[in-house]
Write a protein that binds this ligand. Structure first.
Ligand code: GRF
Length: 207
C-alpha cells in the first residue's frame, strides 16, 4: 500500500514509518511526504530516504479550503492510497476529511478518548493519572476522534515531567504507528458502523 505522510515538525513518526517500511514484513511504502512548515526537521528523513517531499506552506493560501485542495492534488498524483498524519499541526477542512474518509489516520499521544488536543503530557501529569498511552485512529471531523485501530497503555511515573513522559510515549508511538499501517496495508482492518475489526474480529485495541 502506498502511503503519504503529512508532517509539521520533528518527524520522528515519519522516520519510524520509513524504517518499518523497509523491513521484510512490511506491506506499505511511503511515496510522498508533505510538510506545511518549510523548516520541518522531518523533511531531512524524506531527503535521506529518497522519498518525494513537498512543502505546502499554509501561509501562502487565502483560506483552509484552497490549502487542503492542493494537498489532496499532491497526494492523489503520488498514487498514495492512505494519508497518515504524523504531527501535522493544521486543522483540516471538513471537505478534506470527508474526501479521505476511512483513508486517513492519525497518531495521538494519549489513550483516547482521554486527553484530546494539545499539551497532552502536562495535562496527564497534572491530572494525577497513573497511566496514559498513545492511539492510532481513523480521522473524523471532530478533533482527535474516530475509530481506534491500535492503542497502547503506558505508565506515568511519580517523578515524570512532561519531557520524560513524552519520550516514553513517543517510543511506543514509533511501534504502534507502523504496526497499525501494516495491518491496514495487509487488508486486515475493516470498519463496520464505526467499529474497527481486525481479522474480522472486534478486538480490544489495547496492547
Ligand atoms: C507525536 O507525539 C504525535 O503523537 C503527535 O505529534 C507528535 C509528532 O512527533 N500527533 P513527530 O513529529 O512524529 O516526532
Amino acid at each position: 500500500m502506498k502511503i503519504a505522510v503529512l508532517i509539521s515538525g520533528r518527524g520522528s513518526n515519519l522516520q519510524a514509518l520509513i524504517e518499518s517500511s523497509k523491513t521484510i514484513d512490511s506491506s506499505f511504502k511511503v511515496v510522498q511526504v508533505i510538510s506545511n512548515n518549510p523548516n520541518a526537521l522531518g523533511l531531512e528523513f524524506s531527503k535521506n530516504a529518497g522519498i518525494p517531499y513537498k512543502v505546502i506552506d499554509h501561509l501562502n493560501f487565502k483560506d483552509r479550503e484552497s490549502f487542503d485542495t492542493v494537498i489532496t492534488k499532491v497526494i492523489e498524483s503520488s498514487g498514495a492510497e492512505l494519508v497518515c498524519l504524523a504531527g501535522f499541526m493544521r486543522i483540516l477542512s471538513s471537505t478534506f476529511i470527508d474526501h479521505w474518509r476511512d483513508r486517513m489516520v492519525n497518531i495521538h499521544p494519549s489513550k483516547l478518548p482521554a486527553f484530546k488536543g494539545l499539551d497532552v503530557h502536562q495535562r496527564v501529569i497534572d491530572s494525577g493519572e497513573k497511566f496514559t498511552g498513545c492511539t492510532v485512529h481513523f480521522v473524523r471531523n471532530e478533533m482527535d476522534t474516530g475509530p481506534i485501530i491500535c492503542q497502547s497503555t503506558i505508565p506515568v511515573h511519580k517523578n515524570d515531567d512532561k519531557n520524560t513522559l513524552a519520550s516514553r510515549v513517543l517510543k511506543k508511538e514509533h511501534q504502534i504507528y507502523p504496526q497499525a499501517i501494516n495491518l491496514l496495508a495487509k487488508g486486515r482492518v475493516t470498519l463496520i458502523e464505526e467499529q474497527v475489526l481486525i481479522d474480522g474480529e472486534i478486538i480490544h485495541p489495547n496492547k
